[in-house]
Design a protein around this ligand. Structure first.
Ligand code: AMP
Length: 173
């Protein structure tokens, strides 16, 4: 199974992606996690992207596509979390593989703001958060239309367990 999960910051997509990966034996590929690991490891790529991550700005498509492709090609089944985020990335992904389903977690911006206050990640400053929410609405949300009939919308407002149940039902578990 090749899945994609989309949703604004703090929609719970990372948490749900990990639970889905475990249940269905998929690899959880989070470009955010991959970039954070590069920054923590002080690699060449990490040095290149650190400032962008701290500011909540997108890493250039070319770098993002490269790291995503490497991990996608190494996996049979996977759930992509935080990728693709732009039309260019989505078009590139189509050249690498075909996605079966796109889960969209729907959460209001106000809910995302409230949740993020309790998270404390280094890029959870108000400005970085505003950047990331604006980007989601401008660049990532239009991809929902791009994926057409593959899209399944799930209400991300309830508690984690209820959201997981709804997703598993959609995926036939
Ligand atoms: P996330 O953990 O998904 O919120 O990602 C954290 C940060 O990593 C983002 O704010 C971007 O700076 C970078 N990033 C993650 N995924 C992508 C992507 N698909 N395209 C560009 N930048 C990304």
């Amino acid at each position: 199974m090749k899945l994609l999960i989309m949703g604004p910051q703090a929609s719970g997509k990372g948490t749900q992606a990990a639970l889905i990966a475990k249940e269905f034996g998929l690899k959880h590929i989070s470009t955010g996690d991959l970039f954070r690991a590069e920054v923590a490891g002080e690699t060449e790529l990490g040095k290149q992207v650190k400032e962008l991550l701290d500011a909540g700005q997108l890493v250039p498509d070319s770098l993002t596509n490269e790291i995503a492709k490497k991990h996608i090609e190494a996996a049979d089944g996977f759930i992509l979390d935080g990728y693709p985020r732009t039309a260019t990335q989505a078009a590139f992904l189509d050249t690498v593989t075909a996605i079966d389903k796109v889960l969209v977690l729907e959460v209001a911006d106000e809910t995302a703001m409230e949740r993020i206050k309790g998270r404390g990640r280094s890029d959870d400053t108000e400005e970085a958060l505003r950047n990331r929410l604006a980007q989601y609405h401008e660049q990532t949300k239009p991809l929902i239309e791009y994926y057409g009939e593959k899209v399944v919308r799930v209400d991300g407002e309830p508690g984690i367990e209820d959201v997981t149940k709804a997703i598993f039902a959609v995926l036939g578990a």
